[in-house]
Design a protein around this ligand. Structure first.
Ligand code: NDP
Length: 451
C-alpha cells in the first residue's frame, strides 16, 4: 500500500455517494469523492427536493379554493413562476453548501471534476491520478429520450426546474412517477396539461384500484389523459410546439416534457477497462453486497437500477460501509420499502399490491375504505380518499398498505414500520385510532371487501 493510497474513492456525489463517503470517513477510512456537477446529485438539484417544493407550490391553489367554504374571502391571489424558481434556487444552493460541509466535516476530500477509472485501482480525476483500495461507482442516472423526429425540441425533467417561464400548455409523455407528479404540479399552478401514456392505465406496478382512482381524480381536475398513444413527431410552429400522436391526433403546447424513464450513467468512466460488467439494461451488475464483477469496485444507487429511490441508495450506502469498514458484511433488504407518487391526490404504498398478493398467496383478504375526507364536507371538493389493507389469512400478516389521498406519504411511512415489523391484522385491530383523522381508517376497518 502506497502512503497516499485511499481506502475509498467515490465517483458521484449524489445521495448514495455522499452518504457512503461520509460514513466511511467517520468509520476511519481515508476517502475522496469526485463530482463534476453540483453536490447532492439528482435528488437535491433536479429531483426530489425541487420537485417537492413545486408540489407544495401547486397545492396552494386547492388551499385557497377550499378556504372559501371555511369562511375566508378576499382578492384572488396570483401565482408568480419566477418567485418560485428563485426561492427554490436559493434553497438548493443552501443544500449544496450543507452537503459540502457534511463531507468536509467528515474529513472527505472533495474533487470537483469528472473521474475516470484508469485500471481497477487507479482513478484519473482532473490532473490527478489516485490509487484506492476500493472504488465506489455512484453515478446515478439521467433521463431518456424516446426516439421520434423532433424529440430534441422537448424538455427532460432536469430542464423543468430552470424554465424561464411557466408554460401555459404542456404535454407530458410517460405514465410513471415523473410524468404524474409534473402533470399535477403544472395543473395545480394553472397550466393546461395533457398526459400521454403508451399503455391503458398510468403508474404500472402500483395497485390497480389506486391507479384507476388517481387517473379518475386527475381527469376530474382537468388533466387531459390519453392512454395507448405514442409520440411520432414534434415540430416548432411559430412560438408553439405541435406534437403528433400515433392515433392521428395532434396536441399544440408551449412545452413538451419527456418523462419516459431514466437510464444508468455508465458511459465515459472507464468501466469496461476496469472489468466492470453491465447488465442488459446498461446498469452496473452487482451482487447482494453491491460488489461489481471487478473485485474492489462497488456500485450503489440508480447506476445499479435496483430500486431507483434516494432512500434506497442511502440504505445501500450504509450497508456497503458496514461491509467494507465495519467488519459486518451486510446485504440490503428490499422488502417493504414504502414509496409515494406526489400527485394530487398523493398515492403511497408499502408491501404487495392486490395483484401481487393474489399472484403470490393462496388467499388474500382485502380491506378497503373509500370516503370523503372531513375537510371536504365544507370545502365542497368531491375528491375521495381510498385506503386498502391486504392481509394473508394464513398468517394474519398485513402484506400491503395503500393510500390515495392527502398526506398519504406521511401516513404510509408509519405503516411501513408496522409491515417491516411483521404486524398482523390483529395488531392493527388492537390499535386505537386518533379521531378524527384519515389515518385512523387503517385501524378501524373490520369488514373484508367482496372479492
Ligand atoms: P418510470 O420508470 O417511473 O416511468 C417511465 C414511464 O415512461 C412509464 O410510464 C413508461 O411506460 C414510459 N415509457 C418508457 N419508455 C417509453 C417510450 N419509449 N415511449 C413512451 N413511453 C415510455 O420513470 P420516471 O421517468 O417517471 O422516473 C424515473 C425514476 O425516478 C422512477 O422509476 C423512480 O424510481 C424515480 N422517481 C421517484 C420519485 C418518487 O419517489 N416520488 C419521483 C420521481 C422519480 P411503461 O409503464 O409502459 O413502461
Amino acid at each position: 500500500m502506497t502512503s497516499n493510497e485511499l481506502d475509498l474513492f467515490v465517483i458521484g456525489a449524489g445521495s448514495g455517494g455522499v452518504r457512503a463517503a461520509r460514513m466511511a470517513a467517520s468509520a476511519g477510512a481515508r476517502v475522496a469523492i469526485a463530482e463534476e456537477r453540483d453536490l447532492g446529485g439528482t435528488c437535491v438539484n433536479v429531483g426530489c427536493i425541487p420537485k417537492k417544493l413545486m408540489v407544495y407550490a401547486s397545492h396552494h391553489r386547492d388551499e385557497i379554493e377550499d378556504s372559501v367554504g371555511f369562511g375566508w374571502s378576499g382578492p384572488e391571489p396570483t401565482f408568480n413562476w419566477n418567485t418560485l424558481i428563485e426561492n427554490k434556487d436559493r434553497e438548493i444552493l443552501r443544500l449544496n453548501g450543507i452537503y459540502r460541509s457534511l463531507l468536509q466535516d467528515a474529513g472527505v476530500e472533495i474533487l470537483e471534476s469528472r473521474a475516470v477509472l484508469l485500471d481497477p485501482n487507479i482513478v484519473g480525476c482532473g490532473s490527478q491520478e489516485r490509487s484506492a483500495r476500493n472504488i465506489l461507482i455512484a453515478t446515478g442516472g439521467r433521463p431518456t429520450r424516446p426516439e421520434f423526429p423532433g424529440n430534441d425540441l422537448a424538455l427532460i425533467s432536469d430542464d423543468v426546474f430552470e424554465l424561464a417561464e411557466q408554460p401555459k400548455r404542456i404535454a407530458i409523455l410517460g405514465g410513471g412517477y415523473i410524468a404524474v407528479e409534473f402533470a399535477n404540479i403544472f395543473e395545480g399552478l394553472g397550466s393546461k396539461v395533457s398526459l400521454l401514456y403508451r399503455r391503458e392505465l398510468i403508474l404500472r406496478g402500483f395497485d390497480r384500484e389506486l391507479r384507476l382512482e388517481l387517473e379518475g381524480a386527475m381527469r376530474a381536475r382537468g388533466i387531459d389523459i390519453r392512454n395507448e398513444v405514442r409520440a411520432i413527431g414534434l415540430q416548432r410552429r411559430g412560438g408553439e410546439l405541435v406534437l403528433d400522436l400515433d392515433d392521428g391526433s395532434t396536441i399544440v403546447a408551449d412545452q413538451v416534457l419527456l418523462a419516459t424513464g431514466r437510464t444508468p450513467s455508465t458511459s465515459g468512466i472507464g468501466l469496461r477497462r476496469a472489468g466492470v460488467e453491465l447488465d442488459r439494461e446498461g446498469a452496473v451488475r452487482v451482487d447482494d453486497y453491491s460488489r461489481t464483477s471487478a473485485a474492489h469496485i462497488w456500485a450503489i444507487g440508480d447506476v445499479t437500477n435496483r430500486m431507483n429511490l434516494t432512500p434506497v441508495a442511502i440504505a445501500e450506502a450504509m450497508a456497503l460501509v458496514d461491509t467494507l469498514f465495519r467488519d459486518t458484511p451486510t446485504a440490503m433488504n428490499y422488502r417493504d420499502i414504502a414509496t409515494a407518487v406526489f400527485g394530487q391526490p398523493c398515492l403511497s404504498s408499502v408491501g404487495l399490491t392486490e395483484e401481487e398478493a393474489r399472484d403470490s398467496l393462496a388467499e388474500v383478504d382485502v380491506y378497503r375504505s373509500r370516503f370523503l375526507p372531513l375537510r371536504h364536507t365544507l370545502s365542497g371538493r368531491s375528491e375521495r380518499t381510498l385506503i386498502k389493507l391486504l392481509v394473508d389469512p394464513s398468517s394474519d400478516r398485513v402484506v400491503g398498505a395503500h393510500m390515495l389521498g392527502p398526506d398519504a406519504a406521511e401516513i404510509i411511512q408509519g405503516l411501513a414500520i408496522a409491515l417491516k415489523s411483521g404486524a398482523t391484522k390483529a395488531h392493527f385491530d388492537a390499535t386505537v385510532g386518533i379521531h378524527p383523522t384519515t389515518a385512523e381508517e387503517f385501524v378501524t376497518m373490520r369488514t373484508r371487501a367482496e372479492p
